[in-house]
Write a new protein. Structure first.
Length: 581
């Protein structure tokens, strides 16, 4: 049984004002890592909330509405103001103990400036709750506009390392104290609990006065009729979700919808990360939405009036980055292509055994170290074989040791360190060893993982309904391009090339050309860049292999030839001096 503090559940229920009139409570249990609503209920009375919390504790993160509601969901009243403080960390990951302490210190900064609040540890951050002496039963939206100004005041004096994640509005939820926060693995689960209660309750109304004073800073705007009707969303930003649905039906593009949400009076105007997540959810599955609506999916369009300013901002920001966001790891290639790009396919092609899979695994390990989220499809290798390759890269140990399982004491220390680092990647590295998946299966996994980089090894090893291999590969590659654009991720595709002819004089295979890509010209058509690898030289007893690397297609710059020094034992690779054309 997971830890459950019934007294804290009851205390929060009464603090929120739900118990003053035995009113209704909006309750939700959400698996945040899966973006899945386990349960949503509207119950009446304190005991019903306790019973619900006990039932769903440990099955996901439990939330309760900040405002008392009627059974139909309409707001009755609200009696509290809440401030959520989160530590700065990667989205989707659990906070460390140190990060939680930083969040609690940030909450104490708010309490020091505005005394009289209740302080709680909310699993991955901190929560400050102010009980209002005068319950508010009308003017909810005006109060919400005022709170936006109050949020800005709070942000000005909060220290670095924390952020104000969410505050008041009638649609949002608060972590149900007394239950377990289940973000991350079980080792990082924590009970959300009260820490302090106010010692100066007579000063609480200063919050209400301050919020009302900020109301004049924001002008309200009319909401399109029907926009907020019949919308259900698993997060706190229901109004933004409803607006995004409205804009999508009106034909706005993703980009224009993001701009519209930022400008709308009801939007959380300072939360670009939330807006992006909501737009991704609304635009991410148009086919499903179309079936639900009984409509064809409308084509999306952009206008210079809505999107050109955003493009200019993104363009000028490129100069701020001294290196590519996701570099390949070869300086000349990265210089000419700017690495792996979101919305594009980068193809590495070679004959079997040259080293393309090892290079891809080395890229995945390095980018995961840098905090990128990687989804790796290894259709030719099992999970164990993939782990062998990853540990080989992270530890620097020769590959033959993983074949035999024989390690010295020094080797074991390096191996243990590699295991710990690999475990630390957590959700940043997702592996799928399904044999011959079709493109729809790949899309479903990608939409769940939402990677920065998707690696597929290799694109001739796929499933599909078409008998002809060429047609299968064409459909699959076009599907990968759709994924890269829809999820704004980079795709690294590994490809086989045809068996090469041998030079009659030297007896060596001729160097591959882009026309040697196996099965389909679609690979060339859809790829932003194609890198062809072939063996230049290697010694029988040496782990070092020299590769001839030709950037045969480059949509972003010149084509070029460079040498690559590849260590077969450790799977490390680097530029080879003396070969660049």
């Amino acid at each position: 049984m997971y830890d459950f503090l019934e007294s804290h559940v009851r205390q929060l229920y009464r603090l929120l004002g739900h118990g003053d009139n035995n009113g209704y409570s909006d309750l939700r249990c959400i698996k945040l890592d899966e973006n899945k609503v386990v349960n949503r209920s509207i119950v009446q009375g304190e005991q019903a909330v306790v019973d619900w919390a006990r039932r769903f504790n440990g099955h996901g993160n439990c939330f309760i509405g900040r405002a008392a509601r009627k059974e139909n969901g309409d707001v009755l009243e609200f009696s509290t103001v809440t401030c959520d403080i989160d530590p700065n960390r990667e989205r989707g990951t659990a906070a460390t103990v140190g990060q939680m302490q930083t969040a609690i210190l940030g909450a104490r900064q708010i309490l020091q400036r505005y005394p009289g609040g209740y302080l709680a540890a909310s699993g991955n951050g901190a929560l400050v709750v102010y009980r209002l002496q005068n319950t508010i039963q009308e003017g909810f939206k005006q109060f919400e506009m005022g709170f936006k100004g109050f949020e800005e005041e709070l942000r000005k004096f909060l220290s670095e390392g924390v952020k104000l994640d969410a505050t008041y509005d009638s649609a949002r939820l608060v972590k149900l104290l007394g239950t377990v926060s289940t973000k991350g693995d079980q080792s990082s689960w924590r009970v959300s609990r009260f820490i302090d209660v106010p010692t100066l309750p007579f000063r609480r109304n200063r919050i209400l006065e301050r919020v009302r004073a900020c109301a004049t800073a924001f002008e309200t705007q009319p909401v399109p009729t029907g926009t907020l009707a019949n919308t259900v969303y698993a997060s706190r930003s229901e109004s933004d979700f409803a607006l995004a649905v409205h804009y999508r039906k009106a034909g706005l593009s993703r980009e224009d919808t993001l701009i519209a949400l930022k400008k709308h009076a009801l939007g959380r105007n300072d939360r670009d990360d939330d807006h992006k997540r909501i737009v991704e959810k609304v635009f991410g599955s148009p086919e499903v939405l179309a079936v639900q609506e009984g409509l064809k999916v409308p084509l999306q369009y952009s206008t210079p009036n809505g999107s050109l300013d955003a493009h200019k901002e993104r363009l000028l920001k490129r100069s701020e980055f001294p290196k590519p966001e996701m570099p390949i790891g070869l300086s000349v290639i990265d210089k000419h292509t700017w690495g792996l790009r979101r919305g594009e396919i980068f193809t590495i092609a070679a004959r079997p055994g040259v080293g393309k899979t090892s290079i891809a695994i080395s890229i995945a390990a390095r980018l995961a170290r840098e905090g990128k989220r990687i989804l790796f499809f290894t259709s030719e290798m099992s999970i164990d074989s993939t782990y062998d390759r990853l540990l080989q890269v992270l530890s620097g140990l020769p590959g033959d040791k993983f074949t035999t399982g024989t390690f010295t004491d020094d080797d074991r220390e390096r191996l243990d360190a590699a295991y710990e680092e690999l475990k630390g990647f957590g959700i940043r590295l997702a592996l799928c060893d399904a044999c011959s998946p079709d493109i729809e299966q790949v899309k479903r996994v990608a939409k769940e993982v939402k990677p920065d980089l998707l690696i597929y090894d290799h694109i001739q090893h796929i499933g599909g309904e078409t008998d002809g291999a060429r047609a299968n590969v064409s459909k699959f590659v076009r599907g990968l391009k759709d994924i890269s654009r829809e999820l704004s991720c980079a795709v690294l595709a590994l490809s086989q090339i045809r068996r090469l002819l041998k030079d009659l004089k030297t007896g060596k295979e001729v160097r591959p050309t882009i026309s040697d890509l196996k099965e389909s010209g679609t690979i060339e058509e859809e790829s932003g860049a194609v890198l062809l690898l072939s063996v230049l030289s290697e010694e029988p007893d040496s782990p070092i292999r020299h590769l001839y690397s030709e950037l045969a297609k480059n949509r972003y710059g010149p084509i070029t030839v460079v040498g690559v020094e590849f260590d077969k034992f450790t799977a490390h690779f680097k530029d080879m001096e003396g070969l660049e054309q």
